[in-house]
Design a protein around this ligand. Structure first.
Ligand code: GLA
Length: 382
């Protein structure tokens, strides 16, 4: 967690509201493998990271709530008694959506003030949105004694995203951000919403992120479209979700769906298997196999599920020329954001230099490279 940012956010709150706030850290996440499987009731393998949202929050007796996005230098004002969605793409929807979902549960909150900022680059596929939603629900739960469990809070965050932001996301991001464990990744079963923590120590290897610094438009509708395809094929197969299907089950409907949609469903079934196999590889300390599964995931995301883009493919291709990298793939929803790379520690510096140059040459812009630490989930900063 960025302690300088904590001080900045706290100072901003004190300056604006002349009152001591509750301070909350809510992390972003990475995902080792298991992409687009969460809304298919499948397996994912995320971890919370030491980058995230820092929020300062407290009650007010005023008629209006004030929420400031410090990084954007933007403020929204509203009353909790009249919550309605803002224009599409407004960051305010992450906040207002959470309030609306809390109220739908019959819980009462009063007005509040909040200042937040973060160090997750937006559009990086590290889920700054789930981090923000979780910080709001966590803060309001504390301030207004709502007695919500963490399990209830992540469902509120997820529904805010569905109903106010308009993305029919799964539960991976909200779960990882809320329930993260320091130095661990979580093999999460998105049907039971139960996770098995795995301590991450790759010895001579580490996970490195490369941000393409691009976010293509239409990614939200492309996301929702893919979710609908998965749901309609599940319906055809008479199952609850693609998690319940095998490749041979899918064969039965092959001539009833387009070849493109068949490939999408096949990807989900295979990706779900890869996530489970990855957990076995990790238990055995078998990084070669883990790396191969990660490459397999990218291949499927690129060619079958079709959620990659030139910049992501370029970064993954560059790793294939380098023996020090065991696996690489795009991470998150797709169409931009980061790749995640399993790389030998002693090769990091050289690779950073080569890949940055090559990327600049190809696209005329910079990529950004981050190493991350795995962190605890959403919590109060003491
Ligand atoms: C986004 C969504 C998640 C998940 C990933 C893809 O991050 O918010 O629920 O579906 O995409 O794995």
């Amino acid at each position: 967690m960025n302690t300088t940012l904590v001080q900045t956010i706290k100072q901003q709150f004190l300056k604006k509201f002349n009152q001591n706030p509750l301070m909350i850290f809510s992390p972003g996440r990475i995902n080792i493998i298991g992409e687009h499987t969460d809304y298919n009731d499948g397996f994912v393998f995320p971890a919370a990271v030491n980058k995230g949202i820092i929020a300062a929050i407290n009650k007010t007796t005023a008629e209006t709530s004030i929420v400031c996005a410090n990084d954007l230098d933007d403020t929204i004002m509203f009353s909790v008694d009249t919550i309605a969605p803002m224009a599409k793409e407004s960051w305010g929807n992450y906040v207002l959506g959470v309030i609306a979902e809390i109220q739908k549960l019959g819980k009462t909150i009063g007005n509040f003030n909040m200042v937040f900022g973060g160090d997750i680059p937006s559009g990086s596929g590290m889920s700054s949105s789930a981090a923000l939603e979780n910080s709001v629900v966590f803060g309001l739960n504390e301030l207004f004694n709502l007695a919500l469990s963490k399990a209830e809070m992540i469902l509120i965050s997820q529904k805010a995203e569905h109903h106010y932001v308009g993305v029919n996301c799964g539960i991976m991001d909200q779960y990882a951000s809320m329930f993260g464990i320091k130095n661990h990744a979580l093999l999460l079963d998105c049907r039971s919403i139960e996770a098995k923590p795995f301590e991450i120590n790759f010895e001579n290897y580490e996970l490195m992120l490369i941000n393409t610094n691009v976010k293509h438009s239409l990614s939200d509708s492309a996301y929702n479209d893919r979710r609908s395809v998965c749901e309609s094929i599940s319906e055809m197969l008479n199952i609850k979700a693609l998690r319940d299907a095998t490749e041979s089950d899918l064969q039965q409907v092959k001539d009833k769906v387009t070849p493109e949609n068949y490939q999408k469903a096949l990807f989900v079934i295979q990706e779900n298997t890869r996530a489970e196999q990855a957990s076995i590889a990790m238990e055995n300390g078998d990084l070669e196999t883990l790396g191969a599964l990660i490459y397999g995931s990218h291949n499927g995301l690129q060619h079958q599920y079709k959620v990659s883009c030139d910049e992501l493919d370029f970064l993954v291709d560059r790793t294939k020329e380098n023996k020090a990298i065991l696996g690489a793939r795009m991470m998150g929803g797709g169409f931009g954001g980061c790749t995640i790379n399993l790389i030998a520690k002693d090769a990091v510096e050289d690779f950073k230099t080569t890949v940055s140059k090559a990327y600049k040459n190809e696209f005329g812009k910079d990529c950004s490279i981050y190493s991350v630490e795995l962190s605890d989930g959403t919590h109060l900063i003491k």
